[in-house]
Design a binder for this molecule. Structure first.
Ligand code: S3P
Length: 447
């Protein structure tokens, strides 16, 4: 059943302004808690993201017998202290491991659980059970893993098996698949090589390197070398998670489409495998500046400032797509306000995210009086479009819900975004953060 929480958005007549931060990066938060569980010793992870998706990974780690101490630094920033059990120290769970809506959780965990000496079952929500798992089960099976799935979908049943090395070319560039293979690779002494047809996010590689593992990246190949004498071991982490660029994308686009806005988002992760949207927005004429760059925990962070500017459309395709894959719902909203037609190609992946993000977004934008032409591997938006406030639905997809809320700022009148609690799957405090900038967005009481 859809959740009853909704938000109301009113046409934004005044500029957005102010300085904000966004919660910690979701991809890094999943990986940090999982890898810290496999390390030898106590890890400290600051600014960890307590979102629906990452909490699923945290609960799974606890169900595997790993003690995690939580200090809530603020509602959306936790500090975790994790007693790593070592690669072979996890405990057999006594129930299926629930990954909720989190594709990253189930796919990364598939790699880890394939290497265990006990059986396990990975499962999740009805939504997660509809997402393709063959992309991870296939290479893991080639590594020797014993995995059963329901016709390529969760639940996944894993049994102990001896894993071996692999040289694997991913048909689509996917950080989740790459990560699953590398994590399973921790359970073999052999060389593991993954070829990515495009630059998928590299947070797993960076964390593994920070934990003392040697990883080489060259010509699209990511290589985990043979195990050192004495076997593979992971050192504990002491790190701060950067702000999530994919969350920052929502206020960033909001400020590019609400006239006279000027905002700054501090300490956002700007790892180049994530920031395709910045290049796309700049090519559209957006006025974005990057300041105070520094490296923390092997990741580049910076302050992003953006000022409203007239946008003109651009076409997007090729290797930029994977570096902006989560940002196309909000990009589509920006494109409705640009003067001309903009097209995304090479993005068929959007059809297998939390929902089919092309079809569902096209339907919801239509309710706002907008239009998006669907292609098998992308879409075209003809701007500028005068959106009109209406009732829309997130379809339990956090990024669609937030994109529709930002569209509501540009629409005439008021927009109601139904099924809105899912926004906290990646960006808890989205409404409050937007309100700090003066956005006319608020929660409506349930019911
Ligand atoms: C993620 C990888 C991407 C992305 C997802 C998070 C990750 O998915 O869309 O939101 O943390 O590894 P794919 O690996 O399927 O492209």
């Amino acid at each position: 059943m859809a959740d009853p929480r909704k938000i109301i958005v009113t046409h934004q007549a005044t500029p957005l302004s102010g300085v904000i931060t966004v919660p910690g990066d979701k991809s890094i938060s999943h990986r940090a808690v999982l890898l810290a569980a496999l390390a030898e010793g106590k890890s400290i992870i600051r600014n960890w993201l307590p979102a629906g998706d990452t909490l699923a990974t945290l609960e799974v780690v606890r169900a595997l017998g790993v003690p995690v101490e939580i200090q809530k630094r603020s509602a959306h920033s936790w500090e975790l202290r994790i007693e790593g059990r070592g690669l072979r120290g996890l405990r057999r769970p006594n129930a299926p491991l629930d990954c909720r809506n989190a594709g990253t959780a189930i796919r990364l965990l598939a790699g880890v659980m394939a290497g265990q000496s006990f059986p396990s079952v990975l499962d999740g929500s009805e939504q997660l059970r509809k997402r393709p798992m063959g992309r991870v089960t296939e290479p893991l099976r080639l590594m020797g893993a014993d995995i059963k799935s329901e016709g390529g979908f969760a639940p996944l049943s894993l049994r102990p098996a001896a894993l071996h090395g692999i040289e694997y070319t991913m048909p689509v560039p996917s950080a989740q698949v790459k990560s699953a293979i590398l994590l399973a690779g921790l359970y073999t002494n052999h060389v593991v090589r993954v070829h990515q047809p495009g630059p998928a996010r590299d947070h797993t590689e960076r964390l593994l390197v920070a934990m003392g593992t040697i990883i080489n990246t060259q010509d699209g190949w990511v290589t985990l070398g043979e195990a050192p004498l004495g076997g593979r071991r992971l050192l504990p982490l002491d790190m701060t998670v950067p702000g999530d660029f994919s969350s920052a994308a929502f206020p960033l686009v909001a400020a590019t489409i609400v006239p006279h806005s000027r905002i700054t988002i501090r300490q956002v992760g700007v790892n180049a495998t994530r920031t395709g949207l910045l290049e796309i927005l700049r090519a559209m004429g957006a006025n974005v500046t990057i300041a105070n760059q520094q490296v923390t925990g092997g990741e580049l962070i910076a302050d992003l400032s953006v000022e409203f500017n007239e946008l003109h459309p651009t076409d997007v395709g090729g290797p930029t797509v994977v570096r902006a894959i989560d940002e196309f719902p909000i990009w589509a909203v920006a494109a409705t306000q640009a003067a001309g037609a903009g097209t995304v190609r090479d993005a068929a992946e959007l059809r297998v995210k939390e929902v089919d993000r092309i079809a569902v977004l096209a339907g919801e934008l239509r309710r706002l009086g907008g239009q998006m032409d669907e292609h098998a591997d992308g879409f075209t938006v003809h701007g500028p479009q005068q959106l009109r406030g209406a009732g829309v639905d997130s379809h339990d997809d956090h990024r669609l819900g937030m994109a529709l809320a930002v569209a509501g700022l540009a629409a005439e009148g008021t927009t109601l975004v139904h099924d809105a609690a899912c926004m906290a799957d990646s960006f808890p405090g989205f409404v409050e953060t937007m309100r700090q900038l003066g956005a006319a967005i608020e929660w409506v009481d349930a019911g």
